[in-house]
Design a protein around this ligand. Sequence first.
Ligand SMILES: CC(C)(COP(=O)(O)OP(=O)(O)OC[C@H]1O[C@@H](n2cnc3c(N)ncnc32)[C@H](O)[C@@H]1OP(=O)(O)O)[C@@H](O)C(=O)NCCC(=O)NCCS
Length: 158
Amino acid sequence: MHVTPLRQDMIPDVIKLMEQGAPYIRPRTASDYWLYARLFASSCPVALIDGEVAGAIMAFRSQEDPEEVYVQDVMTSPRHRRLGVAKTLLENVRQTAISWGCSRVYLTSEPENTGAQATWLSLGFQNVPGEMEVNGVSVCKDFKGPGKHRAVYQLLLP
Ligand SMILES: CC(C)(COP(=O)(O)OP(=O)(O)OC[C@H]1O[C@@H](n2cnc3c(N)ncnc32)[C@H](O)[C@@H]1OP(=O)(O)O)[C@@H](O)C(=O)NCCC(=O)NCCS
């Protein structure tokens, strides 16, 4: 597996990757990825296996709190799952965040996305206490807008 910052020539393949993420991931526009590659590539790693885009993360450093990195999308292609792609990509983001002096990497998932939640927990993320509990998972109410409740997971950095 080879990991590289997002590049503009990868955008069609990244969109194809994200199209396979329903119902939890939807592709952004080509223009969005163009800007991510131009402005945020260091925190948007792409995993290649045999030259094929096998997974990608889109993450961004907060301007409100520069000590935080928010992971917007984590996606592994269905045929490359359980091979450590998400683990490798999240470790890449973690190392980048440490190099920037950040104290926290965090992400959200939908309360019913049990596969994703198992992934975050196995990689050392903690479920942040929220206002309610769904299937044993703590959930923050309206985190992504009215009615868009999300489980929040964080990795505290040294
Ligand atoms: C969640 C997702 C990103 C995990 O990617 P992955 O590359 O398969 O994950 P990894 O191989 O790095 O898994 C690391 C560990 O997480 C855990 N894990 C991963 N997928 C799991 C699943 N479906 N069920 C239970 N545990 C899981 C395991 O402990 C795994 O280690 P192991 O394979 O040695 O047992 C992937 O399933 C995916 O793309 N899902 C669809 C999109 C999505 O829901 N993204 C998250 C949106 S918030």
